[in-house]
Ligand binder design. Structure first.
Ligand code: SF4
Length: 441
């Protein structure tokens, strides 16, 4: 049953862009002027927001990576940080952001720790000076193990960073080489131990599965090794071979082989759920497993209805009902911040969401978090979820993809496996067609 629910299984990598679907259907900056006016004049609702800052630099480029990132060059990084500073000043001067408070901050990339320690410290100070970051806010910095030197981690800790997310991918050294990772598993473990020693008590590591040559036993060892490190959070993602990556080219040339089929990927995901739950972790969303007393506040807020102020090249955010995407690429981003008029923002796409789009976005975000809160849906939209999407929900229940009680709709394990297909059921046909083009075979 779990292997054959829809014709073709859509990967987890589609779920995030699916949540931003109205933007893809309205490619222009239609509503940007309206959003700028809104930010200038309105005050926030008072609910805590999240803050995302994109640092698009890495000091080495992994062959499989399809994120927007470039190789670090000192001058380029300095100039990018200056542009980012201008963007921070512009937003923080608006009425809406002045009256907002931030319950989570996420500095992602790229590899933020490819920056110099002083640059990171300066950025964190500026964020605190210009935004009302709550005293108990979760502040995460993404990093890799090969460039997270102890003094850099200490500086982050001293500057209020209380969560680290390490891109480890695997503890198997042969596979690390295939993935062009720069350090060995024992180096990676000693960096993680050093972060624990400094005092970080909310550490996440990213693991990937369905890697070249990786069998079920190898995957189980990676999971066990991670659990033994006593980390608070583990995220598991299948390898996504994106078109145009060095990794995809190596596969075409026959230099990398041994990636298994969809069935194995499903088995590996289900194994992760079993292994991590038996090691005491709870699944918070499709990919994150956490110790019971911990949570990933940023993910919760980002996939809920909270505002997210997103800064930096290619970042996308959600403010007061406006979904927006920043200019893609450092050059275009810089041009739109620096060359723009005083009131300009680097927003290249912007859409004021209709009630129908808000409802669908709420459902897709909730599916990422595994459950839909029916009461909250009614509170937010003034209608019952089951009244609006009766037939869809009935079909999903019949296929065993969800279970439901009076207050919640939860994905079953089969529903988690097929979550992107489930989410598509709540998207307009036009959006599904766009995604087919983007991610189709
Ligand atoms: S370090 Fe992370 S962001 Fe940079 S290339 Fe590797 S996977 Fe991509």
């Amino acid at each position: 049953m779990v292997y054959n629910v829809y014709g073709r299984r859509k990967g987890f990598e589609m779920l995030c862009p699916l949540g931003s679907y109205p933007l893809l259907m309205r490619r222009d900056a239609d509503d940007r002027e309206e959003m700028v006016k809104f930010l200038t004049e309105e005050t926030s609702t008072g609910a805590a927001s999240s803050l995302y800052v994109h640092i698009p630099f890495c000091d080495s480029l992994c062959n499989f990576c399809c994120f927007y990132r470039v190789l670090l060059e000192e001058n380029r990084a300095e100039s990018y940080l200056n542009t980012l500073k201008t963007e921070i000043m512009r937003y923080s001067d608006t009425e809406y952001i002045r009256s907002s408070s931030f319950g989570s901050v996420y500095i992602g990339g790229g590899t933020p720790t490819s920056l110099e320690t002083e640059q990171l410290a300066e950025l964190l100070t500026l964020l605190r000076e210009r935004f009302h970051i709550l005293s108990d806010a979760e502040i995460t910095v993404e990093t890799t193990t090969h460039n997270a030197k102890r003094e850099k981690l200490e500086a982050l800790y001293e500057n209020g960073v209380n969560r680290l997310s390490f891109g480890v991918q695997t503890f198997n050294d042969a596979t690390r080489e295939v993935l062009t990772l720069k350090d060995t598993s024992s180096d990676a473990i000693s960096v993680i131990r050093s972060a624990q020693d400094i005092g970080f008590d909310n550490i996440d590591i990213d693991l990937m599965y369905n890697l070249p040559g990786q069998g079920m036993d190898d995957w189980k060892r990676d999971l066990q090794c991670t659990a033994e490190l006593g980390l608070e959070s583990i995220s598991t993602n299948p390898l996504f071979v994106a078109r145009g990556t060095a990794f995809a080219r190596e596969i075409e040339k026959g230099r990398i082989s041994g990636i298994s089929d969809d069935r194995t990927e499903i088995d590996m995901y289900l194994l992760a759920i079993r292994e991590l739950e038996s090691a005491g972790y709870q699944q918070q969303n499709l990919v994150h497993f956490m110790l019971p007393e911990k949570e990933h506040a940023y993910a919760k807020m980002r996939f809920g209805q909270c505002d997210c102020l997103a800064l930096g090249a290619s970042a996308w955010g959600f403010l007061g009902g406006y979904l927006y995407g920043n200019a893609r690429g450092i050059a275009r981003y810089t041009e739109s911040v620096i060359a723009g008029a005083e009131s300009e923002y680097p927003v290249s796409r912007c859409a004021r969401l209709s009630k129908d789009e808000m409802m669908r976005r709420y459902i897709i975000g909730s599916l990422h978090s595994i459950s839909i809160d029916r009461d909250e849906f009614t509170r937010l939209f003034g209608v019952e979820l089951t009244d609006v999407f009766r037939e869809r929900i009935k079909g999903l229940l019949e296929r065993g993809l969800i279970v439901s009680d009076d207050s919640t709709i939860m994905l079953t394990d089969a529903g988690k496996v097929w979550c992107t297909n489930v989410a598509e059921e709540f998207c307009p046909d036009q959006c599904v067609a766009i995604f087919e083009k983007m991610f189709g075979d």
